[in-house]
Design a protein around this ligand. Structure first.
Ligand code: AMP
Ligand code: MG
Length: 321
């Protein structure tokens, strides 16, 4: 059985991690499935619990930028972005330092490492208490909807992990933005909780990753990912009789089951509710005789880029996983 811990149990969670166990914990983005990043066996257990293809590298989480930059070599841009956006939903891909003790498996054998400082009090306390990097992908089964509550994690991983540290629902609700700073120019590998506009305001133009160049290194770029069980249709402007509705703004008429992402079309609110919406519609549709989910259009600006990215992958043909 998976033990349910609360924010008073930080010491216990850290001890479990030190002993090589898996502990899921809340961050501002989504729930992470944590392991001691320097313990290869513990990292291997993450891949097993998630059923994740082993070529997918994991994000390493740190208590602060000073600690993170002992494990990777920061560029000037990295220092600028860390000062501005950490703690926060931004992940930087940088070269590992020569004697970096993080298990090679955590980085899937790459010479780079993805690092981040989360902006969530309980996660930061856990990282401080633990003292080293915690490798943590999203705490779901590989390819499925990301978890934004402890209930989502338990539904997918109960019995497969030692404990979950329940710190309530995630405030941002979307994964971090992943930016590769290891090459000559910055490359966006995954849109996320920090908008492209906000990053470009700090460091100028950012290149978008092309699947051909970056796909093997970045599973957030897999075509089918974040997927509900039911088929998902995007940019719906009308609703079929067998469809549940993912609404954004005034809902389309005729829905028997709907989840409102944001009645006022607020993109931050919609981000925070997106994965909850997919979990819920997926779970409740069959009982209502509904077989599909239709999503209303969401603009491609600000956090809308990341929301559309997740929806597009959730809607992709499943044989492309
Ligand atoms: P997740 O584990 O679900 O939070 O996803 C982590 C994201 O970071 C994925 O899109 C990974 O491919 C990406 N990532 C992690 N490490 C690296 C790396 N060294 N190079 C490129 N992308 C990375
Ligand atoms: Mg994930």
């Amino acid at each position: 059985m998976t033990e349910r811990l609360n924010p008073n149990d930080i010491a216990k969670a850290a001890a479990l991690l030190r002993a090589g166990h898996l502990v899921a914990f809340g961050t501002e983005t989504v729930y992470g499935l944590g392991a001691d990043a320097c313990n290869a066996d513990a990292v291997a257990a993450i891949y097993t619990a998630k059923g994740r293809p082993s070529f997918n590298p994991l994000i390493c989480h740190f208590a602060d930028a000073r600690t993170a930059f002992k494990y990777v070599t920061p560029t000037q841009l990295a220092k600028t972005l860390a000062a501005k956006f950490w703690p926060g939903p931004l992940t930087l891909v940088l070269p590992r330092t020569p004697n970096c003790p993080v298990s090679l498996l955590a980085g899937a054998g790459l010479p780079t490492l993805a690092v981040r400082v989360p902006a969530q009090a309980t996660a930061l306390q856990l990282l401080k208490h633990f003292g080293g990097p915690i490798a943590a992908p999203s705490a779901n089964r590989s390819g499925r909807i990301s978890p934004t509550t402890a209930q989502h994690v338990l539904a997918a991983l109960n019995g497969r992990i030692a404990a979950i540290l329940d710190s309530g629902p995630c405030a941002v609700g979307l994964e971090s933005t992943v930016l590769d700073l290891s090459g000559p120019t910055p490359v966006l590998l995954r849109p996320g909780g920090i908008s492209l506009e906000a990053l470009e305001a700090e460091i100028g133009p950012i290149q978008h990753a092309t699947t051909a160049l970056h796909a093997p290194a970045s599973p957030g770029m897999l075509l089918s990912h974040y997927a509900p069980t039911l088929p998902l249709r995007l940019n719906a402007t009308s609703l079929a009789a067998d469809e549940a509705l993912l609404a954004f703004g005034p809902p389309l008429p005729g829905a028997n089951l709907l989840f409102q992402l944001s009645a006022t079309k607020n993109l931050a609110e919609a981000s925070a509710r997106l994965f909850e919406a997919l979990h819920l519609l997926d779970a409740q549709s069959p009982a209502q005789g509904l077989a599909r989910i239709a999503a209303m259009p969401i603009p491609l600006t600000g956090l809308g880029l990341a929301i559309n990215d997740r929806l597009t992958r959730a809607a992709a043909p499943r044989d492309k996983m």
